[in-house]
Design a protein around this ligand. Structure first.
Ligand SMILES: *Cc1c(COP(=O)(O)O)cnc(C)c1O
Length: 494
């Protein structure tokens, strides 16, 4: 093991500016960049030279794990390497410096990019129309469930219930409940949808069934068309959680599987760096009969000219300002164009290959529930650790000492001591072999070491319960909590 994370003593950036260094600081009015009368003096920003700002954030980044410094097998999150060319494109002035309030005649290129991206996502998802507005997977679900409601209401129906399998991502029940639906949890059978149980659960009150396929265990639901038939016969809709399309691109699609609505996570499958809350994009695709409910405005093209259509009486309205997260959309566009159809197919093939390669190599050291081939991810059980007084959490913490980000743990809920691994297609066989060696070595280590892990990282075990319960999001909140009043030159707590 040769991994040691950097440790820097980095104060909060507000604490770094003990005395404002006016002579070094950034003056936005220099060179007429911003007219003096438009600058604001009341922003309470720390006054620090650019050099110190760069040092601050580079040092912080060295005390962290990211997709750019190693394997990040965080199941369900698709933490793949994101080609830098995508970042390059979004820094072009023609992409970065357009404003959503410009007249459409002056942003034809941007509108065309989005329109073409919609078309590409239609092709990948097997759907007829796509909105790019939602800013995350969860917001895509929220939008999709609103479309479900609008659809039933337009048929004069008020259906009360959305059914979900017990392997569903936590955002699915949350989105359904936020739109006002009752949520019915369907227990799985052998890791997949229990078709008989589904038949008896479906009723006239069922608005939709939300499904992830391959599901969060990495298993492909083979009966998906039968499932779709059951829902459609009852007048309900089928919603596909397409946060992770990494397993199926060019092989099949939600549309081919008879789903009516799908959301895509561009920040997972289509190469936008994500984590820590964003940025993201969760476009929603629908079949023809649901197109009229999509958010406004729609981008329409006529004889090569792009314009915005707000005249959509059945639309659910807007779900986000303007067009969504344009930089994320432009990255996804670049990525898809760069890969081409064949490239996307090989992305999926390699994601599935890497996942099964790890699964084969790890299954003897752990417990392997549902012993079948997996798609882009798989779930092990860390239950054997219990004999040594250890838990999956201890294993995950120890992996950090080997220079690997930990996998997702304790999800999905139906696997005891779950360890959910998604290697993605961007890792080499050498890296996967090193990961296997690290996992095996950890399983043989002294339990005492695992209890103490991580020891080679900038920070040891954090108090996660405190972090979740006692949240402080800002410098002002921190000062308020401490009951301290800041010096006159520093921001006052509000
Ligand atoms: C990540 C994920 C989501 C939520 O996406 P966000 O962009 O984090 O809101 C939903 N479903 C599944 C299966 C996911 O993996």
């Amino acid at each position: 093991m040769s991994y040691h994370q950097a440790v820097h003593d980095v104060p909060i950036i507000f604490e770094s500016c003990e005395s404002p260094k006016a002579e070094d600081s950034f003056d936005p009015t220099v060179g007429g960049a911003i007219p003096k009368e438009l600058t604001r003096g009341d922003l309470d920003l720390p006054d620090i030279p650019e050099r110190d700002v760069v040092k601050h954030f580079v040092n912080l980044s060295q005390m962290n794990f990211g997709v750019d410094n190693g394997l990040y097998p965080l199941g369900s999150c698709t933490m793949k390497y994101n080609p830098k060319v995508c970042d390059d494109v979004v820094s072009w002035p023609t992409v970065a410096q357009v404003h959503p309030l410009q007249d459409p005649s002056t942003i034809q290129g941007a509108l065309r990019l989005m329109h073409e991206l919609e078309k590409m996502l239609c092709e990948i998802g097997g759907v007829d129309a796509v909105t790019l507005q939602p800013a995350a997977g969860a917001q895509g679900e929220f939008t999709g469930v609103h479309i479900v409601r609008a659809f039933h209401e337009s048929n004069g129906e008020t259906r009360k219930e959305i059914i979900l399998p017990d392997t569903a991502h936590g955002t699915n029940p949350a989105s359904a409940a936020m739109v006002g639906y009752d949520v019915l949890d369907l227990p799985s059978k052998d890791g997949c949808v229990d078709v008989e149980a589904l038949k008896s659960a479906v009723s006239k009150d069922t608005a939709a069934f939300m499904l992830t396929n391959p599901n969060t265990l990495g298993l492909f639901e083979k009966n998906v068309r039968e499932i779709a038939g059951i829902l459609h016969d009852a007048g309900a809709l089928l919603y596909y959680d397409g946060a992770n399309l990494n397993a199926i691109m060019g092989k099949t699609s939600p549309g081919k599987m008879d789903f009516d609505i799908v959301h895509f996570n561009l920040h997972k499958t289509f190469a936008t760096p994500h984590g820590g809350g964003g940025p993201g994009a969760g476009p929603v695709g629908v079949k023809k009969r649901l197109e009229e409910f999509l958010p406004v405005p729609r981008i329409v093209e006529k004889a090569g000219v792009y314009s915005l259509d707000y005249d959509r009486p059945k639309s659910i309205g807007k779900v986000r300002a303007y067009f969504g997260n344009y930089a994320v959309l432009a990255r996804a566009y670049t990525y898809i164009k760069m890969q081409g159809g064949k490239g996307l197919v090989s992305v999926s093939e390699n994601a599935v290959l890497n996942s099964n390669y790890l699964r084969e190599n790890l299954m003897d050291d752990f417990e392997m529930p549902y012993d079948k081939l997996r798609k882009h991810e798989f779930v092990l059980s860390g239950a054997p650790l219990k004999k040594k007084g250890l838990r999956t959490l201890d294993f995950a913490k120890r992996l950090l000492d080997y220079g690997f980000h930990a996998p997702t743990i304790y999800f999905p809920l139906i696997v005891d001591e779950a360890i959910m691994i998604e290697p993605t297609e961007t890792e080499s066989r050498e890296t996967l072999d090193k990961f296997v060696a690290a996992c095996r070595s950890i399983m043989k280590e002294d339990p005492k070491l695992l209890h103490e892990a991580p020891v080679n990282t900038a920070r040891r075990r954090l108090d996660e319960a405190k972090a979740a319960r006692d949240m402080i999001f800002s410098w002002r909140g921190y000062l308020k909590k401490k009951g301290a009043s800041p010096p006159a030159s520093e921001p006052k707590p509000s």
